[in-house]
Write a protein that binds this ligand. Sequence first.
Ligand code: F6R
Length: 242
Amino acid sequence: MKVIVLQDEAAIGQAVGGLFCEAVRQKPDAVLGLATGASPIPAYQHMISQYKAGEVSFRGVTTFNLDEYCGLPEEHPNSYRSFMRAELFGQIDILPENTHFLDGNTADERAESERFRALIEQCGGIDLQLLGIGRNGHIGFNEPAEAFTQEAFKAALTPSTIAANSVYFTDIPMPEYAMTMGVGSILRAKKIVLVATGSAKADAVKAMLEGEITPRCPASALQGHADVTVCLDTAAAALLQK
Ligand code: F6R
């Protein structure tokens, strides 16, 4: 995996957002895999500024988000649909019908998983996938487990993830389940960029890059992918062998 260490979030936003803009300039109908949470926000801000400067258009782009909470109405401010609208989609020229999410309220998770898999395949696969990493090494909401997951499924969130994300939930308790793409589906992306910032991610980053490939650290599966760039700030990179 290629590792890039940058000074701060602004530099990471420019580097990672720049990679996404370049991918879209090269292929205006690119298929992008997107993440939510704090890590991608600087990249999304760079993409918005590039769009506003007339440097890139997202009109032909299709997106697939990694995950969505279960039990939240789509329009709830904490849904990942709402997040993406606020942080990116509402500020660029992407067509809403080309933005795809797993249905966290599905009554049939297997059918929903298959719908998502087939739709990604029909669009030609994901060209460039953006990832964050959880403090416990999760990617998407693939929590540490006994076996790597494959296709999208309904995940029970761990106490570590609930503790990290419940700060965003002020009016209702944080959902304990989410629909997420599986590790197998994430690894089918042609290129992957993972962003991690802050000292709370340092252990997970070390396990991902220097540990054994194990479902106890789902991000370690990325070691088996041919085109992964990991973009870190100095705090997240602090425990790596120099
Ligand atoms: C979100 C997602 C999660 C986050 C991870 C890190 O769509 O898939 O894996 O990337 O929990 O979250 P932040 O960036 O908020 O630290």
